[in-house]
Structure formats: structure tokens, C-alpha cells
Design a protein around this ligand. Structure first.
Ligand code: ADP
Ligand code: MG
Length: 347
């Protein structure tokens, strides 16, 4: 089947950058989003504003596309599965189902013999008390977390609040004494070919990615292991598209999987300028059934995320030839919101 029209669920910066990559490949994009002001409407060929459970609008969306992908993982799984009955959804809905849930995600990774942080599933404060050995730790909502939302640091049992009612499910993770964070972006194609980008070194501020760079300052051994784990995960999931594995490296140089993103990833933005084929283009190629193209690194690079009000100074700044400023064109400036990024190519 040759794909000429790609459906994208979600309309933020990842959706926008996917639309731009699709344009380069002559693929039409239809974006569906519950955000009236989603910036991807500036780049898509068609924009459908709808709640994700609006059956009529979903039907209209399905009619207009050959294949469907998504820019974020927190989409109700039933909706992905029902779309998949009519038009193929890639990455496959069952992959999303595994990784949008921290418990099933970590269980899956652990069963492959790959280390994660130490963790337990939590349903009550009593469960936390039984697992005091994981403190200091981080309590995370089992689903729907992003950019640190739904996370609570617990230094000791005293931090458990009496009024916590545990209406949602949680996991408790031991707090890792971090040496570094890295991520590996991998693209896997329908014919099972794989391209894995080199590890990217990441710095977070308040649990939000602030800075990424290549090369990552890590040993060859860790670099190879991080890439090999990401490839193994993609293969076991029979993944088609771009996926990112986020890792922690602790003070003993132990490599731990933090989480898997079943989509293009913020840390991979620097691939737009540092490689001949970006993560966005590779994702479009993979989900639209193209074969793998030769990927070449053009340059080392660093990326800084521009959050909230910081965008104002960037909008009036001038840049040199090695600097690439991306303004996501979001109408409202909100504190800590990702508003743009700057990639700088390095020697
Ligand atoms: P999100 O789904 O919001 O991206 P993550 O689990 O990736 O959540 O956490 C965001 C960031 O918070 C991580 O990249 C890391 O900097 C910090 N963090 C999360 N869990 C831990 C942990 N167990 N130990 C140390 N730092 C952590
Ligand atoms: Mg994360």
C-alpha cells in the first residue's frame, strides 16, 4: 500500500515537526487534536479540532488518511484500537498500551533482562510503608504522567500525607543518585531494518528536559549497551516508527531504563540539524512504509529547550550560522511550557 495521506493524533511541537518532515516526502498530513490552538495546524494540510471520543469526527479523520500515528502516548487506548480496525495505527496500539502504563512498561523491560530503577506498584499508603527500603523515592502516577506531572518526592514515611486517598494507581521508585541521563532514539521499519542514533546526553531542570547534546560524555561500553537495549526493546515490540528509550546512569555506572516513549522525543530535536535524516523524517518514512535510507551524522550538536517566558528574549535575538532557532508558535506563554528550542551545531 502506498501512503499518500498520514493521520497524526496530537497537535503540539512534535506534531508540527512531523508535518514538516512529511511535507519533504510529499505526504499529506491530517492532524486531529482536542486543542483548538494546537500549533500543528500551521503545518498540517488539514486540521480537525475534536474531542478524542467524538465518533463522528474520528470517522471523518479515518476517511481522510491511509495510516495513523500519534505525537503523544496518553491517548485512550480504546480509541487507538478502534481507529486501528479501519486504518493501521503505528506504532501499534498494543505497544502504546504497554508503555503508557509504568507498571506494564517496567515489567516488560525487566522481563527482557534489562535493569530499571527498583520499583513497586502502589495502591495505598500502607503499600508505601511496606516498601520503606525504596525511600528516598518518587511516587509516580501509573498512567498519564509527563514532564514530571503526577510525581511526588518522598524523602521518608513522614512525607505521606494523611489526606492522600489513592484514587489513582501509582508506582514507587527508588530515587537514583544520578551521574547522567541519556536517551537513545531508534527507528525501526516495516521490513525490520533498524537505525539507531547515537546516545544523547540530557539534563533536566524540575523534571523537564532542559538541555541535550551529542556526543554523550559516556564510555563506549555504556553507549553500546544503551543502543543494544533500545534495539532489543524495539525488536521485541515489533515496533514500526521512531521510539526513544530514556536511561539513568547511576554513580556506579549502572545503566537503568527510566522509560520508553513510543514516539519522536524532545531529546531527538537535535537530529534535525545534526543528521541528514532527522528522527521526524525517519518516523514518517517508517510508518508510511518506506525503506531505511542511509543516515549520516553531519555534526555534533547541543540543544536547549526554551521554556515559558524565556521565548521572549529569543524572539528578538539574532543567531549565527551554527544556531537554529525553532519557535513552536504557541499562542499562550505558560510557565515551564515548552515554547521553542535552539540547536547549536558544534565541532
Ligand atoms: P515523565 O514521564 O514526566 O518524563 P520521568 O519518569 O521521565 O517522567 O521523570 C522525569 C525526570 O525526573 C527524569 O528525567 C529525572 O530527571 C527525574 N527522575 C524521575 N524518576 C527518578 C528517579 N527514580 N531517580 C532520580 N531522578 C528521577
Ligand atoms: Mg521522562
Amino acid at each position: 500500500m502506498s501512503v499518500t495521506s498520514l493521520g497524526i493524533i496530537g497537535s503540539g511541537q512534535l506534531g508540527s515537526l512531523l508535518c514538516q518532515a512529511a511535507k519533504k516526502l510529499n505526504i499529506r498530513t491530517v492532524v486531529i487534536s482536542d486543542d483548538k490552538e494546537g500549533p500543528a495546524q500551521n503545518y498540517s494540510d488539514l486540521y480537525i479540532f475534536a474531542k478524542y471520543d467524538d465518533k463522528e469526527k474520528i470517522k471523518e479523520f479515518i476517511k481522510k488518511v491511509d495510516v495513523v500515528t500519534y505525537e503523544f502516548e496518553n491517548i485512550p487506548i480504546d480509541i487507538l484500537k478502534s481507529i486501528n480496525k479501519e486504518k493501521k495505527v503505528l506504532p501499534k496500539p498494543n505497544i502504546n498500551e504497554i508503555v503508557q502504563n509504568r507498571k506494564s512498561e517496567k515489567t516488560f523491560v525487566n522481563e527482557l533482562g534489562i535493569k530499571t530503577t527498583e520499583w513497586v506498584f502502589i495502591k495505598s499508603s500502607n503499600d508505601i510503608k511496606k516498601n520503606e527500603k525504596l525511600l528516598p523515592g518518587i511516587l509516580k502516577t501509573n498512567t498519564l504522567g509527563y514532564d514530571g506531572h503526577g510525581q511526588f518526592v518522598l524523602s521518608s514515611l513522614k512525607d505521606i500525607k494523611k489526606d492522600w486517598c489513592f484514587t489513582a494507581e501509582y508506582i514507587l521508585e527508588k530515587k537514583v543518585d544520578l551521574k547522567k541521563e541519556i536517551s537513545v532514539v531508534v527507528s525501526r521499519f516495516a521490513n525490520q531494518e533498524i537505525y539507531v542514533y547515537e546516545p544523547i546526553e540530557n539534563t533536566h531542570q524540575n523534571q523537564i528536559l532542559k538541555h541535550s547534546k551529542i556526543p554523550a560524555d559516556i564510555t563506549d561500553e555504556i553507549s553500546k549497551k544503551a543502543q543494544a537495549n533500545a534495539v532489543l526493546i524495539a525488536e521485541k515490540l515489533d515496533y514500526v516508527g521512531v521510539m526513544c528509550v530514556e536511561y539513568f546512569i547511576d554513580q556506579n555506572d549502572t545503566l537503568l531504563v527510566n522509560e520508553i516513549a513510543p514516539r519522536v522525543h524532545n531529546s531527538g530535536h537535535l537530529t534535525i540539524n545534526a543528521f541528514n535524516i532527522s528522527q521526524f523524517e525517519n518516523h514518517i518514512r517508517a510508518v508510511c512504509g518506506f525503506n531505511k535510507e542511509k543516515v549520516e551524522k553531519m555534526s555534533n550538536a547541543e540543544m536547549v529547550n526554551i521554556l515559558g517566558k524565556e521565548i521572549e528574549e529569543y524572539r528578538v535575538k539574532s543567531f549565527n550560522d551554527a544556531e537554529y532557532f525553532f519557535d513552536y508558535g504557541k499562542n499562550k506563554i505558560k510557565d515551564k511550557r515548552k515554547m521553542g528550542h535552539l540547536t547549536t551545531l558544534k565541532k
